[in-house]
Design a protein. Structure first.
Length: 428
């Protein structure tokens, strides 16, 4: 028997209903903040996808040649396509606030919590240099998580310019900064010894690496941590500008109502090379094994590299493949009515057409309803509704229908009552 390709999987209806429930609520939050949907292709130019992605990301891109020998790749995140659109559509208003929800692909080692095809939900703000935009996308992420019943998470904040200043402070060459960032970003995955090894490969001495890890170990509540960082970076303007950005985010966060979720963590770098300022990740407390459930940052130079005008931009992505399993573990889906609310059963073939009419009436009034398509007996119809956990069954019988009524059966209590047709939609 054929199986899904390695690193991919099927979602049976019960799981898809949960995923759709999550995605619908995330979309509602995106649109409540004024973000608009943007559709872009699943595959793009290979040369375009490589721009400022970094060696690790490039190695994970699904690469192929089409029948005309064009070099293409599947999207591995949403940012590159957004930058292409903004660069080529200069008529778009500023700020341009877009969202995108769908699958992305990365060729990496599959595991129980990591797949080669997975869904992301992104929001980005294009055209705003002020950290208010960074704070807003963080507020969007917070409201999305709260909207789907997710509590117990923390936002880790840093700024790439602070890391640049640390590289200068410990005496490492500026041209190795991106290698250093990628190494530091892996500390939660490969530990201190692994990072030391990668820093050594990047040309850092043991002394410089040790000092760098001491500096990046600083973390805590924004106000105190930012002030301590300022003291460390006196005389290094690039690092102080990063501190200013984090302070602005912390200031705006109070107005957005997300200040309690923030923590500055100077070890956070994020792996992609295009970040230029604040970077952030969201972690579920108590579920370290899942890693970040959301992440993003500022990329003020990327649109220009795609042929556009110099344009500031920032965004954040929610990882659906990690959020849904965590919600399941937290019991967030318990008690939710997912799928049809009602099953319409016909007591005999004589009233089958009437049952169809009743189902259509319910559907057109906004009530999700299923009905028998296989001429089953009433007993088998009730068994089928029970197997699908449908809580209400409307039974259309010959005598009741002549009286202008139907029977409504509660499948949890087995109680049954007669309801007039004109009152049916209000009674369900």
């Amino acid at each position: 028997m054929f199986q899904p390709a390695r690193g991919t999987r099927d979602f049976l209806p019960e799981e898809m209903l949960r995923r759709n429930w999550v995605l619908d609520r995330i979309r509602e939050v995106f649109e409540a903040y004024g973000y608009e949907p943007l559709g872009t292709p699943a595959f793009e130019s290979w040369e375009m996808l490589k721009i400022k992605s970094g060696e690790d990301a490039i190695n994970q891109i699904y690469y192929f040649r089409d029948k005309s020998d064009r070099e293409l790749g599947l999207r591995f995140e949403w940012t590159a396509s957004l930058c292409r659109v903004v660069a080529s559509h200069r008529e778009l208003p500023r700020p341009f606030k877009r969202y995108a929800i769908g699958p992305v692909w990365r060729y990496e080692r599959p595991s129980e919590k990591r797949f080669r095809e997975f869904w992301q939900a992104d929001v980005d703000v294009v055209g705003v240099a002020d950290p208010i935009a960074d704070t807003e996308v963080l507020a969007v992420a917070v409201d999305c998580l709260k909207r789907i019943g997710f509590e117990g998470f923390i936002i880790r904040l840093n700024d790439r310019r602070i890391l640049e200043a640390f590289v200068e402070l410990v005496g490492l060459p500026k041209e190795r900064s991106l290698d250093v960032f990628r190494a530091v970003d892996k500390i939660n995955k490969i530990g201190v010894d692994g990072v030391m090894e990668e820093l050594r490969n990047a040309g850092a001495s043991a002394e410089a690496s040790t000092r760098l890890l001491e500096l990046t170990a600083l973390k805590g509540r924004p106000e105190a941590t930012i002030e301590e960082t300022r003291e460390l970076l006196k005389g290094l303007p690039v690092g102080l500008s990063g501190c200013d950005a984090l302070a602005s985010i912390a200031g705006y966060a109070a107005a957005f109502g997300i200040e309690p979720y923030l923590m500055v963590d100077l070890s956070l770098a994020r792996g992609l090379d295009y970040y230029t300022g604040p970077v952030f990740e969201v972690y579920a407390e108590g579920f370290k094994e899942y890693g970040s459930i959301s992440g993003g940052g500022r990329y003020d130079e990327l649109i220009e590299l795609f042929g556009g005008e110099p344009t500031p931009a920032t965004g954040i992505s929610l990882g659906i493949e990690r959020i849904v399993p965590l919600l399941e573990r937290k019991g967030a889906f318990e008690g939710l009515d997912l799928g049809p609310r009602v099953y319409v059963a016909s007591a005999s073939d004589a009233v089958r057409a009437k049952a169809i009419e009743v189902a259509q009436m319910l559907r057109r009034s906004g009530i999700a309803a299923d009905l028998d398509l296989m001429s089953r007996s009433l007993t088998r119809q009730l068994d089928y509704a029970n197997r699908r956990a449908i809580k209400k069954v409307v039974i259309v019988g010959e005598r009741e229908f002549r009286e202008g009524c139907v029977a409504v059966r509660d499948m949890e209590t087995a109680e049954q009552r007669k309801v007039k047709l004109e009152e049916l939609t209000r009674s369900l």
